[in-house]
Design a binder for this molecule. Structure first.
Ligand code: ZN
Length: 487
């Protein structure tokens, strides 16, 4: 007992003098976890299936992580704040006040990357709906990517995914993961973290099950994800005319202030892609939702992107009728097919396995964020290329040596380089990282007089990030192409 008191005293003292950080250790055996606990380490989370252990370390003792595993990662500061002693309000989820504090603190800490929250309109009960704009100081047209959550008031899982992604973007911009710098240098990321502030406030403090907004004029609220103006009220299966039904669509399309606010903001910023987060069920849903047999003209792209996005997280993808049930008047269908401008490449991830599953278990939130962050990265890096924003058109004289494509891009383990040469017989391919260091090189072999492909396997030690492949021959012809490595 004496030792327990001593340990508690040390813990209490250390939390005053130095903030603890959550550190993720990889390649740790179950036996050594037992040893760590016996040695007094604060083991916060063990996930042997995914192959990691999280421990809390005082900031000034962070070097000890290297003694425990050669492969470790210091997690964002806020993840540690999700631990039990820091929970309040909505449990480990961020309640309305914690959301506001978080988004304001990002603007304080990363003023060159994140703007302060800006109100874009009011809810039925007069609460502010706000957005956060995030981009780096680089100039030029930077296509907008849209992220939203908490349109359904009992689905905070998506909100924590937005918070995680915002933290990752800002904390990795300068010297961390080069994909974060690429995203903020080439796109403008918008977050609308609480689409239904009245319903979310109503569900406080302990996490209620109210889904719709708080317009009780006819029933118990309107389903804000059935109130959008494309195929609104198409049938009574995909939405309900009954004011007391969970999927009540309202008296007309855009009858509700919350949907009007998001609609006007989307029309204002014209995003090229979007992730509208809901929960639950581990689905990745794309349009159309209103009909079983109607697919968008971009169906093959939705299928292809979804395959990459769900390759590692076990999510199942498809249209809403394929995954769950038909929906009409939802946000995705309007954003893709009904906004009157361009078709937005829009997805709805259905996060996790329950609405409030992480409320008393922070590891659920951490896992959900780990599942979804790669999808967010993928959409931000892939969508600009899809609409041809970042590609430079080749005009003028016919080039002699061309690196036509690197496929797939992003690259997971190996890529096919397609090269056209009208003159040379052999060329060198050199891979550079974003600061110009050579990370790999190889020769093409004979490619004279036509198009050929060769397979390149990514070296094991090459980290995820943005790279440039440059092809050149002895005659001075050259070409280059940018690609992404995902891990
Ligand atoms: Zn939902």
């Amino acid at each position: 007992m004496k030792y327990l008191f001593l340990a508690l005293a040390i813990l209490a003292f250390s939390s005053v003098v130095s903030a603890d950080r959550l550190v993720r250790l990889y390649d740790v055996s179950p036996g050594s976890v037992t040893d760590m606990i016996e040695d007094g380490y604060d083991v916060a989370n063990v996930d042997m299936r995914r192959g990691y252990v999280d421990i809390m370390l005082p900031e000034r003792q962070i070097d000890q992580a290297a003694l425990l595993s050669y492969d470790y990662e210091i997690l964002p500061r806020e993840w540690g704040e999700l631990l039990p002693e820091n929970s309040k309000g909505a449990g480990y989820y961020y309640d309305p006040e914690e959301n506001w504090e978080f988004w304001c603190s990002l603007a304080d800490n990363y003023s060159d990357l994140s703007d302060t929250p800006v109100t874009i309109g009011q809810s039925y009960e007069g609460r502010d709906i706000y957005m956060i704009r995030m981009t780096s100081p680089t100039m030029g047209y930077k296509p907008p990517i849209y992220f939203s959550s908490l349109v359904h008031a009992r689905e905070p899982g998506g909100n924590s995914v937005l918070i995680d992604f915002a933290m990752w973007l800002t904390s990795n911009y300068d010297g961390g993961d080069t994909r974060a710098a690429y995203i903020l240098d080439n796109t403008t990321v918008y977050f609308v973290p609480i689409g239904n502030p009245d319903g979310y406030a109503y569900n406080m403090p302990n996490g209620g099950m109210h889904r719709k907004n708080m317009n009780y004029t006819l029933g118990d609220g309107v389903d804000l994800n059935r109130n959008w103006g494309y195929m609104w009220g198409y049938d009574d299966t995909g939405s309900s005319p009954n004011p007391n039904d969970p999927t009540y669509r309202g008296t007309s399309a855009f009858s509700e202030p919350e949907t009007q606010v998001q609609r006007d903001f989307i029309l204002d910023i014209e995003p090229i892609a979007a992730m509208n987060y809901h929960s639950s069920g581990k689905w990745l849903i794309y349009p159309y939702g209103y009909d079983y047999n109607t697919y968008t003209p971009d169906q093959s792209t939705f299928v292809g992107w979804s395959a990459v996005m769900t390759a590692d997280n076990g999510y199942t993808s498809g249209t809403c009728p394929e995954c769950l049930y038909p929906v009409n008047g939802d946000q995705n269908d309007w954003m893709y097919g009904g906004n009157g401008e361009q078709a937005i490449m829009v997805f709805t991830p259905e996060v996790g396995t329950s609405f409030w599953g992480g409320q008393n278990d922070s590891s659920v939130i951490v896992d959900n964020c780990a599942d979804c962050r790669p999808m967010n990265i993928f959409i931000c890096m892939t969508a600009p290329g899809f609409v041809g924003i970042s590609g430079e058109s080749e005009v003028g004289i016919e080039p002699i040596l061309v690196l036509n494509s690197i496929c797939p891009n992003p690259v997971i383990s190996s890529a096919s380089f397609t090269i056209t040469s009208s003159g040379s017989s052999n060329a060198d391919v050199t891979i550079y990282d974003t600061v110009g260091r050579i990370v790999d090189s190889f020769e093409t072999g004979s490619v004279t007089g036509g198009t050929s492909s060769l397979i390149w396997a990514i070296p094991d030690e090459m980290p995820a990030g943005v790279y440039t492949a440059r092809i050149s021959d002895a005659a001075g012809n050259c070409d280059s192409r940018r690609f992404t490595v995902m891990r």
